[in-house]
Design a binder for this molecule. Structure first.
Ligand SMILES: Nc1ncnc2c1ncn2[C@@H]1O[C@H](COP(=O)(O)OP(=O)(O)OP(=O)(O)O)[C@@H](O)[C@H]1O
Length: 634
């Protein structure tokens, strides 16, 4: 057997690193500034344990753009490197001095160090023909200059440098000329470095004036709210931070401050935004940071799908950032983080619900969306959500009191006696349109039923899913049947019409109308109920609604005729007259009009059907008055 080490040819591997290390070239600046932050943090750590002596002064980082010389220089006042360290850290690709430092100084705030892989520095070659490093260690050793043109050969020599720290000079290559633009650099700094813990100043050639230089403010906020202790923050602080992140948004509803040390490291603030319209929902508003370095705002694999509606910041050094994104889903830390966030969000909602129910109800318009979405997509969250998911009543019940909110349990208690069907299932009555379904809501309320409002974009799917997930619950839209039949209790009603009369009446209502498939049912309802009620069976209506939301096949189904049931109230006095009318033509027209009125109240009378109704009504008015004239002449 033979064992050995695979040989890697640097000449071959170097171009690959340069080209494929990061797909996004902007990140060279993030990597080099992260190194400068690390160098500054290391100095603080060493000084705190007495290994670095003396004053270390202002640990600022400067980014200088020189358009004429075509250079970008990143300078720090951190620990610097000795010649030996340059050899070790910069000449060995994938040897991370950061990792070495973290291991050596475990327990000394090592989480503040960003570097991990020993590759970041090489991203400089993605945009440079040549990279120079001028560095002077905090140790009493001469400064050195390192130079490399991106080939595996480098140059290292002693040099003069007044201050401790490192200057990295990038000689920007031709293809990367875009980075010689001050606004472009400012944009990258704002994106990646906005919350780094060391002040960063951006200077470019135009600001030669020394006085002006003093006035330039750091581009970053070194102490973002999520890094502070919740106890040290007021509501205003949280709101201000939200405004800093999203200057154009309305103030958030509330927020959750995340702060975990174990078993993984996670800080952050998640905000619940105010949502006025469900179509406004924007995903991908959460920003992901690693040690205050911006990483991405595509958090798809890190937060549960339904929580992507939230806004804010998550910061974790434990999320493997440099690895391929598809790997994230399987990463155990990511899974734990996911579960933790879900739990925290549920905790917060439950706490608000228990402690400030009125306020919670007031925010239900926006909150409902998260809660429902969460309950549909995450079974663990559903268990929690059952406690604070609310049904809002359609109306205030006509007694001037406010609208009521019920949890499922409360709804069950309030309606149990009236709203159980013959199978013992609880029937939840809902409306999707307060105006359109007004008559039906009133009808149901008159019977003592509680109608709730489920009118948002996700409610149709929510209803379908909850019927499967909740036991013994059935949803019926309030116009799915006449009020008497909404809860299927199999109670028989007496009709004043004889069997023959019922058959005759049913025959009269056998009307054909384009775009509608009608079923007619003659029943004895109360004399006050309308003469005809049009209802759309829950099941077929739902199918059609769902179909209209989905692709081309969907629109095929959506264009199928509407299915309608006409319930003819045989007890209504009008039929005594209609049945006695000898003028068959007028009789047919009267019946047709009664059917049309019912369809009209369901919004189903359209196009030629509507035109016909109008013409027929005019006709009937004419016939009616003619007849009475004839009568009076007699
Ligand atoms: N500005 C600097 N000051 C002092 N040391 C530095 C500086 N830049 C780089 N180094 C040293 O060079 C090493 C290699 O840097 P590099 O960016 O390649 O890797 P890293 O920061 O360790 O990890 P990552 O690939 O995650 O960025 C660093 O760990 C550090 O020891």
């Amino acid at each position: 057997m033979q064992k050995g080490t695979i040989q890697v040819q640097t000449e071959n591997i170097f171009p690959i690193i340069k080209k494929f290390l990061y797909s996004d070239h902007d990140i060279f600046l993030r990597e080099l500034i992260s190194n400068a932050v690390d160098a500054s943090q290391k100095l603080k750590t060493l000084s705190s344990i007495g290994e670095a002596k003396g004053e270390f002064g202002d640990l600022i980082i400067e980014v200088k753009l020189d358009e004429e010389k075509k250079t970008i220089t990143i300078s720090d006042r951190g620990i610097g490197m000795t010649a030996a360290e340059v050899e070790k850290y910069l000449n060995q690709v994938a040897f991370s001095g950061a990792e070495e430092f973290v291991k050596k100084y475990k327990g000394q705030n090592e989480n503040a160090i960003i570097g991990k892989f020993g590759l970041g520095f090489y991203s400089a070659f993605m945009v440079s023909d040549k990279v120079e490093v001028f560095t002077k260690s905090f140790k009493e050793e001469p400064a050195v200059r390192w130079e490399c043109d991106g080939s595996p050969e480098y140059m290292l020599e002693e040099t003069e440098k007044a201050d401790r720290g490192t200057d990295i000079v990038l000689h920007i290559n031709e293809e990367s000329a875009e980075f010689l633009d001050a606004e472009r650099i400012r944009g990258i700094l704002n994106r990646f470095c906005r919350f780094l813990p060391v002040p960063i100043y951006f200077r470019h050639k135009e600001e030669k004036n020394e006085e002006e230089k003093e006035e330039v403010a750091p581009i970053n906020n070194t102490q973002p709210a999520w890094k502070k202790k919740p106890a040290d923050l007021t509501a205003e602080d949280y709101q201000n931070f939200y405004r800093e992140l999203y200057p154009y948004n309305e103030p958030p509803l509330f927020w959750i401050h995340l702060n975990v040390d174990y078993p993984f490291n996670l800080t952050g603030i998640l905000y619940f935004p105010k949502i006025k319209q469900s179509y406004e929902i924007q995903k991908d508003k959460i920003q992901l940071y690693s040690n205050q370095v911006f990483v991405t705002d595509e958090v798809k694999d890190i937060v549960p799908e339904f929580l992507m509606l939230l806004h804010g910041v998550i910061d974790s050094p434990d999320i493997p950032l440099n690895v391929s994104r598809s790997y994230l889903q399987g990463d155990p830390n990511v899974k734990k983080i996911n579960n933790h966030i879900t739990k925290k969000v549920a905790d917060k909602l439950e706490e608000l619900f228990n402690k400030e129910r009125k306020e919670f109800e007031g925010k239900w318009d926006s909150l409902g969306l998260f809660v429902k979405y969460g309950m549909m997509t995450d079974d663990k969250f559903m268990e929690r959500g059952n406690k604070f998911h609310l049904f809002e009543t359609a109306t205030n019940g006509g007694d001037g009191s406010e609208k009521k909110f019920y949890t499922l349990e409360e709804y069950r208690m309030a309606t149990e006696t009236l709203q159980k069907n013959k199978e013992g299932k609880l029937v939840i009555l809902y409306t999707t349109d307060l105006v359109q379904q007004d008559a039906y809501i009133k009808g149901a309320e008159a019977k003592g039923y509680v109608v709730v409002k489920l009118d948002t974009i996700i409610d149709p799917s929510f209803i379908n899913q909850m019927e499967m997930k909740w036991n013994e619950v059935h949803f019926n839209r309030v116009d799915a049947d006449i009020a008497d039949n909404l809860i299927d209790k199999q109670e028989n009603q007496e009709s004043v019409l004889s069997k023959d009369e019922e058959t005759a009446l049913k025959g009269l209502f056998d009307i054909k109308m384009p775009g509608l498939t009608m079923t007619v049912d003659v029943k004895g309802l109360s004399t006050e109920a309308p003469p005809v009620v049009a209802t759309r069976p829950e099941f077929t209506r739902r199918m059609k609604d769902m179909a209209s939301l989905s692709g081309p096949m969907g629109s095929f189904y959506a264009n199928m005729p509407d299915e309608v049931t006409l319930t003819v109230n045989g007890n209504h006095p009008i039929y005594q007259q209609v049945l006695k009318n000898d003028d068959k033509d007028t009789q047919a027209k009267l019946v047709h009009n009664l059917a049309d009125l019912a369809l009209l109240s369901q919004g189903l009378l359209k196009g030629s059907n509507l035109t016909n109704f109008i013409n027929r009504s005019v006709d009937l008015l004419g016939v009616g008055s003619q007849k009475s004239e004839v009568g009076s002449m007699k």
